[in-house]
Ligand binder design. Structure first.
Ligand SMILES: O=C(O)[C@@H](COP(=O)(O)O)OP(=O)(O)O
Length: 434
């Protein structure tokens, strides 16, 4: 029988997952008896964007070649697809002619809607008239985070009032919003260290991965095996196209089975685990300046009650890692795929476009402060906490090292050979090129 496709693609699209697949639509006000909301602090990944230049060009060129080959294979009765019509009518997405990595129309909608839902959840603070003394918003020096901030703020205050918001000048290496860019030691020993992508590389040459490649190649009617790079391009396109257009059924998704996608997703999870996750202790540690910024805001007596930062995948993942969330008891390795099936570290869920982490401080009976943590708009239990609304002292105790031993300069000082930066990692795996 021919290969039909399914409707679960969206679950396996890694960091290219659109936010609508994970958003929480229940936006009733969050209220706790005898508690009053006093502060909100949020870290938000920009919404759905376009790919980087390299991928845009591959989508326009290499993918169009593959499309033609797939159509030819089908007409020669070589392939196992049930339906070729989606391939025949496919063309590269119209937004691809815009600037690389810019926020897409769907990305704008994601942030606008997120702003509205947060306003509904925290009406006492967020459903207030905008004031530069009480609200603070900042983005990194990129179009996608700037535009995300604009749409989010529009969701909070409405279009007209949103134009009055003042933003600080964005900087290239923001010490809070993109702290790792200034950490030489992390750049050398993690980001550009060949050992960091060893597990992913070994996984892509493992039997299970090769079987996946072979199965997809046969299904599409190729006599040769497609390369891992070609498979990855089709998978990435499946992710982006699914994120960009609600209701659009991308032909590049329909070629995969759930089993294939689980394998491809694991390769992504391994990659992010070693670069932005629990793979190396330094990675989570260097998020302490951002963590401190949150704690300072929560505890401050200034009139500013709400802070939101618009930033990137690398920041969100390192912050989650710093909190020790989604920390599996075994590392993600090339040879423990089956063992890690129920893993917590799943970037499709924890690092989709529009990913957000929000801390809300409540002052409760006897003036005791409690922190509520929302990841993807869902309350999460921090380590050491017994309840979702967790006493601030408990959090201060759990994270005392990050509060008292955050010598960023010191921990980021790189002593060691004059190895070049940048060139060690294979070009097509660098996260900021994807
Ligand atoms: O900025 C990018 O290109 C990537 C990776 O960034 P870093 O982790 O290198 O900051 O993050 P995204 O924008 O997709 O959230």
């Amino acid at each position: 029988s021919c290969h039909k496709g399914h409707d679960k693609y969206f679950k396996y699209l890694a960091t290219k997952t659109g936010y609508r697949f994970i958003q929480n639509d229940h936006d009733n006000p969050l209220q706790f008896p005898d508690c009053e909301l006093t502060k909100v602090w949020g870290l938000v990944r920009h919404g759905t964007r376009l790919p980087g230049d390299k991928i845009i060009s591959k989508m326009k060129n290499d993918l169009t070649t593959l499309q033609q080959e797939i159509i030819d294979n089908y007409s020669q009765d070589k392939s196992n697809l049930c339906d070729i019509s989606k391939f025949k009518s496919w063309t590269p997405h119209f937004e691809l002619n815009r600037e690389e990595k810019s926020l897409t129309m769907e990305g704008q909608r994601e942030l606008l809607a997120l702003g509205k839902r947060l306003r509904n959840r925290f009406p006492t603070l967020l459903n207030q008239k905008f004031d530069n003394d009480t609200f603070f918003f900042k983005y990194t020096k990129t179009q996608r985070t700037q535009e995300s901030a604009f749409r989010f703020v529009e969701g909070l205050f409405g279009r007209e009032a949103s134009t009055e918001v003042w933003y600080p000048r964005s900087v290239k290496q923001d010490p809070i919003l993109r702290f790792y860019k200034a950490c030489e030691k992390w750049r050398h020993t993690v980001d550009h260290n060949p050992a960091s992508f060893e597990e992913q590389e070994k996984f892509t040459s493992s039997k299970i991965y090769r079987q996946t490649v072979a199965a997809v190649s046969r299904r599409l009617g190729f006599e040769r095996n497609l390369t891992a790079v070609e498979i990855k391009l089709m998978y990435t396109t499946c992710g982006f196209e699914t994120a960009w257009s609600p209701g659009f059924d991308s032909p590049w998704c329909s070629i995969f089975t759930v089993k294939d996608l689980e394998v491809l997703e694991y390769a992504e999870d391994i990659d992010y685990y070693w670069i932005d996750g629990h793979g190396y202790p330094l990675t989570g540690k260097i998020a302490c300046p951002a963590f401190q910024d949150m704690m300072n805001h929560i505890g401050s007596s200034s009139p500013r009650h709400t802070v939101f930062y618009f930033t990137h995948s690398g920041t969100l993942l390192k912050f989650l890692t710093h909190l020790s969330l989604y920390n599996d008891s075994s590392p993600l390795l090339h040879n423990n795929y089956a063992h890690m099936r129920e893993r917590k570290w799943r970037v499709s869920q924890i690092d989709a476009f529009g990913t957000n982490l929000v801390f809300a401080n409540y002052r409760c009976k006897n003036n005791r402060n409690h922190l509520l943590t929302l990841h993807q708009e869902i309350p999460v239990l921090l380590p050491g906490c017994q309840e979702l609304l967790c006493p601030l002292e408990t959090i201060q105790a759990t994270y005392r090292t990050s509060l008292h031993e955050c010598e960023f300069e010191q921990m980021c000082k790189h002593e060691g050979g004059g190895k070049s930066t940048g060139s060690l990692r294979e070009e097509n795996t660098d996260h900021d090129e994807l």
